[in-house]
Write a new protein. Structure first.
Length: 170
């Protein structure tokens, strides 16, 4: 375990380990996006936006790896993970499965401008990953609603994770 993890004040035991797993999964997600953008940069070498995105995503991944398990940037992911723990199938999901590998918001991080990734921009990148994660879950639960346990949908909605759009609203 890294020294930063050992110095973590707020989390202990399994909770601290789970936070480390989410931290690593988030960094891997950003690194995967950087690799994808690097391939596009090779295909389109005259477009600097892909190069910008690769640099920003790699910086963000590096900063994520430096987060301690009790960093507030991890809190939304851990809260969602806690909600999933109430669902029997949710208990067996790895953080990378919960977060997912796809998302349009994350794929565009750093695309438009070249600048250093500050703490504020890191939070923006993680917010993009979080929003993509929720959108992926929303689609999963909406398209598979007949198979989705109603109790999970209700539980997530009650705990601040609106998974399904209310179809009755106009």
């Amino acid at each position: 375990m890294r020294a930063a993890d050992e110095k973590s004040r707020g989390l202990r035991g399994a909770a601290q380990e789970r936070a480390c797993e989410y931290r690593d999964a988030l960094a891997e997600r950003l690194e995967a996006q950087a690799s994808w953008r690097a391939a596009l940069a090779t295909r389109f070498p005259d477009d600097p936006r892909n190069h910008n995105a690769v640099e920003a995503l790699e910086q963000a991944a590096m900063l994520v790896r430096r987060l301690t398990p009790d960093a507030r940037e991890l809190e939304p992911f851990l809260a969602f993970d806690d909600a999933l723990q109430s669902w029997p199938l949710g208990r067996d999901l790895e953080p990378s499965e919960v977060i997912g590998r796809e998302g349009r918001r994350t794929s565009r991080f750093g695309f438009e401008l070249r600048s250093e990734v500050t703490t504020a921009r890191l939070r923006e990148a993680l917010r993009d990953v979080y929003d993509d994660m929720l959108e992926n879950w929303r689609q999963l639960l909406t398209t598979g609603m007949d198979n989705a346990p109603r109790s999970l949908v209700q539980y997530l909605a009650e705990h601040g994770f609106p998974m399904c759009e209310d179809e009755d609203e106009d």
